[in-house]
Design a binder for this molecule. Structure first.
Ligand code: PMV
Length: 319
């Protein structure tokens, strides 16, 4: 197989606190995703003493990367890192000459896991072209290494939920716990259109925590408690409670200074049309917000969000 795909994701509850060891709930979003296709190039390699990076050309217009791998920045290039780690894992030093095409429908820098999905799909397609697709645990670990280049200190939630493509209750450095959803529910995902740097918001939260560890440590613990209740609410099919927990999580995220007037305006617009819960999702300050709705209200909430300024919306059924 020379082609692999990976979905997007949203964080239902628990972002930021998850970096400090608290649990978080994340859900794959299959309406968007990344596809990586790799075609072998049978033409001659030309000079024999070139770098292995001269053998690989990349076409990834959606993430603004195209050309020979050897022309990419020498450090902090997640595509090169993923390929290098896959080769290392498989004991290969010289890759075959090939063209890699990366296509993504996940909005970048919006909290939907675009970078992790690219790494997961690339690691799968590249290992497969080398003869054997690596198992999920290794794929996720490789994508985590690439996430470090994007975010500095990622919790690992993005690469995990995207690799396993199932709702997860995630705690950093612990065994993955996939979730059973008793009652399917509907989320509207709305893009604020504001591109954000997760590294920046994560860095700012770290500064706050370092300045006042007790205050912010307590906010992280409160978020952790909300997530644990959220897991039970999903398990019991208690959608009203899940909505309440999203609202409480949003106000704690506001205390962490990662919300924004635009995100709050979108949450408000969703509530006016009867949403059961709404909050930002991901790094915050921009990117996406999510609203929990009864399926009958979905299209009216979606319209209200667009009217309130959302640049894109998705309806996602979680089951
Ligand atoms: O913005 P995203 O989709 O990369 O989500 C970031 C989630 C954080 O909890 C803020 C950071 C992390 O690594 O978990």
């Amino acid at each position: 197989m020379n082609k692999a795909t990976a979905p997007g994701k949203i964080i239902l509850l628990g972002e930021h606190a998850v970096v400090y060891g608290q649990p978080a709930l994340a859900i794959p979003v299959t309406q968007v995703g990344v596809t990586v296709q790799i075609d072998l190039d049978e033409t001659s390699n030309g000079e024999t003493n070139r770098s292995w990076k001269d053998l690989i050309s990349v076409c990834a217009p959606d993430i603004d990367r195209s050309g020979l791998l050897s022309h990419f920045p020498t450090t902090k290039d997640p595509i090169s890192l993923v390929i290098e780690l896959v080769m290392k894992e498989m004991g290969i030093t010289i890759p075959p000459k090939c063209h890699i095409k990366i296509e993504s429908s996940i909005p970048v820098a919006s909290g939907m896991g675009s970078s992790a999905a690219s790494s997961v799909a690339l690691a799968r397609a590249f290992s497969s072209i080398l003869g054997q697709e690596l198992e999920d645990g290794i794929i996720s670990r490789i994508a985590f290494e690439a996430e470090k280049l994007h975010h500095g200190t990622p919790s690992g939630i993005d690469n995990t939920v995207i690799t396993y493509a199932k709702p997860v209750f995630y705690i950093k450095d612990q065994k993955i716990d996939t979730l059973q959803v008793r009652e399917p529910f509907t989320l509207i995902i709305a893009d604020s259109g504001i591109r954000i740097s997760t590294a920046e918001s994560v860095g700012d939260v770290r500064k706050l925590w370092l300045g006042e560890p007790e205050k912010y440590g307590s906010i992280f613990s409160q978020i952790g408690e909300i997530v644990k209740q959220g897991k039970h609410a999903m398990h019991d099919g208690d959608i009203d409670l899940l909505g309440q927990l999203m609202i409480r999580n949003q106000s704690l995220l506001e205390e962490l200074t990662v919300s924004s007037p635009t995100l709050e305006r979108l949450c408000e617009a969703a509530f006016v049309r009867g949403a059961l819960g709404a909050k930002l999702s991901g790094g915050g300050r921009g990117g996406n917000m999510i609203a929990l709705v009864c399926s009958e209200e979905a299209s009216s909430v979606e319209k209200a969000l667009i009217k309130a300024g959302a640049t894109k919306t998705f309806i996602s059924r979680v089951e």
